[in-house]
Design a protein around this ligand. Structure first.
Ligand code: NAP
Length: 253
């Protein structure tokens, strides 16, 4: 069975690793190609956009993909929409792997906002020291709130830098521990954290650290994703695939 995993996440890499050794499967992993030095992957990788849903559907047909797995980041709504449409166009089965969002617990001080523009406004008029844990392509709206001091952590360098007088940058790839993130927030006298509700453990450190330090978190709401067959974990995805294989999917039954 030929499988294409849309990736860029830890789950995609782990799932590829679990499937790599299986003789009955031929697995390819697709990356958006935005990260300068992407993490090593356990299966062959193709990189870069497909050219929308039509382009992805054409790829699925040309490569005779029988199962498309959308294991992209929960905020990567465009590629997830494309995957749903392409699976219809190419008549390819689709499974999404969707991390459960974090839920606020006692001590969390979260404000949910619709998008980055609302996050920038939610910081308020008074100057604050802000930790931005967002992708480098997402932070431009904070230029509209130049009164704040920003500490930006992203996987790749922010180029060009944010057009504000006070911004510093850290490039780092998770996982991030609570202890390290607590130290980071404390040493930089951070007043407020802005981030996505990514779910999972690798970027939860800042959430737990903010709670411990009593800091507010401005949380970007998750985007709407298409209603497709989905599981929440890599284990569940493997079980789903095993079931599909056992029920004869690879033979087109
Ligand atoms: P997106 O807005 O959903 O995708 C934009 C376009 O990028 C897609 O239409 C597609 O281009 C291409 N693309 C995305 N993922 C791809 C993949 N796995 N393989 C091939 N092409 C892919 O997603 P995004 O721009 O990557 O990210 C949006 C949000 O998700 C941001 O908040 C970002 O920080 C977060 N995020 C994404 C990833 C990731 O791996 N994608 C990882 C961590 C965080 P075509 O239409 O040309 O096919």
């Amino acid at each position: 069975m030929r499988i294409l995993i849309l990736g860029g996440t830890a789950e995609a890499r782990q799932l590829a690793g679990r499937l790599a050794a299986r003789a009955a499967l031929r697995v390819t992993l697709s990356l958006a190609g935005r990260t300068a030095s992407p993490a090593a992957q356990p299966v062959p990788v193709r990189s870069g956009g497909f050219g929308g849903a039509q382009g992805l559907a054409a790829y699925l047909a040309a490569e005779r993909i029988e199962l498309l797995i959308d294991a992209t980041h929960p905020y990567a709504a465009q590629i997830s929409a494309n995957a749903a449409r392409a699976s219809e166009l190419a008549q390819t089965k689709l499974l999404a792997v969707r991390r459960v969002p974090w839920a606020a617990v006692a001590g969390d001080r979260w404000t949910d906002v619709a998008d980055v523009e609302h996050a920038a406004r939610a910081l308020g008029a008074k100057s604050r020291r802000v930790f931005l844990a967002l992708g480098r392509n997402e932070i431009a709206p904070f230029a509209q709130a130049p009164q704040h001091h920003y500490l930006v952590r992203s996987v790749d360098a922010v180029e060009p830098p944010l057009a504000v007088p006070h911004a510093r940058y850290i490039t780092a790839r998770g996982p991030f521990s609570e202890a390290d993130d607590r130290q980071l927030l404390h040493e930089n006298k951070i007043d407020v954290v802005v981030c996505k509700n990514s779910g999972g453990i690798s970027s939860y450190g800042k959430i737990a650290a903010a709670r411990t330090l009593g800091l507010p978190v401005i949380m970007l709401k998750r985007p709407e994703l298409p209603d497709v067959p989905a599981v929440e974990t890599v284990d569940a995805a493997v079980a789903w695939i095993d079931h599909a294989l056992a029920s004869g999917m690879a033979r087109g039954v």
